[in-house]
Structure formats: structure tokens, C-alpha cells
Write a protein that binds this ligand. Structure first.
Ligand SMILES: [Zn+2]
Ligand SMILES: [Zn+2]
Length: 206
């Protein structure tokens, strides 16, 4: 928890406690499998060809959803943008998990209303369109990715997206959205002062 708090605050500039850092050296034909939400930073020390992918496992879905929410709340903690098809994937997962939460790693404390709200928050930051002509043509990015329009689309104007439920406006008043996270501002990096030979003066003072 402590690590995640620091990471969510500083993103890629986070300096973790050294005792938490484990170095895993991968060599030819190695496969590294990381559980959902593993904070990691790959370093390539030689030329190499590397490929990765993501899989979801039923028994880890609770963790997967928790970390997916984390990435949508703190987008600077990942180097990947929200997948364009996020809303359609979340809609699917929401449906199957609500039907059988235990199978997906949730316990007796599973709260369907809270879970639905979290799904809504994740898909709210996904791709949205700004169509003015009803979302029936190729110009609609939501339709292109086979997903329904979301709360962030076309400011609630007319929508006939054939991909399903059209949802306009923010979530119901009982589940207010959190205050928007202010955009992260990176301070300009300060160059260290030049090291000058003894006796010399910086050029600007000459
Ligand atoms: Zn559209
Ligand atoms: Zn849309």
C-alpha cells in the first residue's frame, strides 16, 4: 500500500525504497510472468528483441479490475494509453463478473453497486467520440471499435450508435465522480551547473 501511494504520487519519477527493488535478469528464451499490478521498469542493457502481452485469469480478476481502476485514475503510472476498446471490454467483464462474482475472485463482501460504479469510472476515461450526426457512420470512433458510446461522448447529444446502451451525462447523483485530478505538471529539468576549471568564470559573466 505504501509503495502504491508513492507511485501514484510521483509516477515515473518515483524513487522506491531500495529494499523493495528486486532485479530480475532475463536472457534468451526467458519468460517473466507478473501478477496484475506489478510495478516494473524494464531496462535493456544490450540490443535485444523482446515481446510481451497481457492475459487475464479468472481467479485474478478482482486484482486486475483494481489495478485497471488505478491506471485509469493515475494515467501517468503507465506508459500505455487506455486501450481504445476499453468500454466494450469493461462492459463484457462487468456482465460476467456480476453474474458470478465468486468465480472471478470476489468474496462475500462483493458490492454489485460499487462494482458497477467502478466499471463506469474505468470506461469513462476510455475513448469517446464527438459526433454530431448520431454515431451511425464510419466517423464515429466508438462504432469503429465496436463499442457503445459513453458518458464522455458528444456531450449527450443525439446518438444512434447501434453497439448498444447509450449513456449520457455523468453517473447518477448517488455516485458522484471524484474531483478531476489536476493535470500533472512536470517541472522543467534543471541542468546541473557546469563544472568549470578553477579560475574560470561562466561565459555569461564575461
Ligand atoms: Zn459517435
Ligand atoms: Zn461515442
Amino acid at each position: 500500500m505504501e509503495a502504491r501511494a508513492g507511485f501514484s504520487k510521483h509516477g515515473e519519477d518515483w524513487l522506491p525504497n531500495p529494499k523493495w527493488i528486486k532485479v530480475i535478469a532475463l536472457t534468451r528464451f526467458d519468460t517473466l510472468i507478473m501478477p496484475p499490478g506489478t510495478i516494473h521498469a524494464p531496462i535493456t542493457v544490450t540490443d535485444c528483441l523482446f515481446r510481451g502481452g497481457m492475459v487475464m485469469q479468472k481467479r485474478f480478476m478482482k486484482d486486475t479490475m483494481r489495478h485497471w481502476k488505478f491506471c485509469s485514475q493515475f494515467p501517468f503510472c503507465t506508459n500505455e494509453k487506455a486501450p481504445k476498446q476499453t468500454r466494450s471490454v469493461i462492459d463484457y467483464l462487468e456482465r460476467v463478473i456480476l453474474a458470478n462474482p465468486k468465480e472471478y475472485g470476489y468474496g462475500d463482501d462483493f458490492d454489485p453497486a460499487l462494482f458497477k460504479d467502478e466499471c463506469k469510472r474505468i470506461s469513462a476515461v476510455a475513448l469517446s467520440c464527438s459526433c454530431k450526426s448520431g454515431c451511425t457512420g464510419r466517423g464515429c470512433s466508438c462504432l469503429t471499435y465496436g463499442q457503445r458510446c459513453g458518458a464522455g461522448c458528444h456531450k449527450g447529444k443525439v446518438c444512434s450508435n447501434p453497439c448498444g446502451v447509450h449513456e449520457t451525462g455523468p453517473p447518477a447523483p448517488s455516485t458522484p465522480l471524484p474531483a478531476p485530478t489536476p493535470a500533472r505538471i512536470f517541472p522543467p529539468r534543471r541542468e546541473p551547473p557546469p563544472i568549470l576549471p578553477p579560475g574560470s568564470v561562466p561565459a555569461r559573466l564575461v
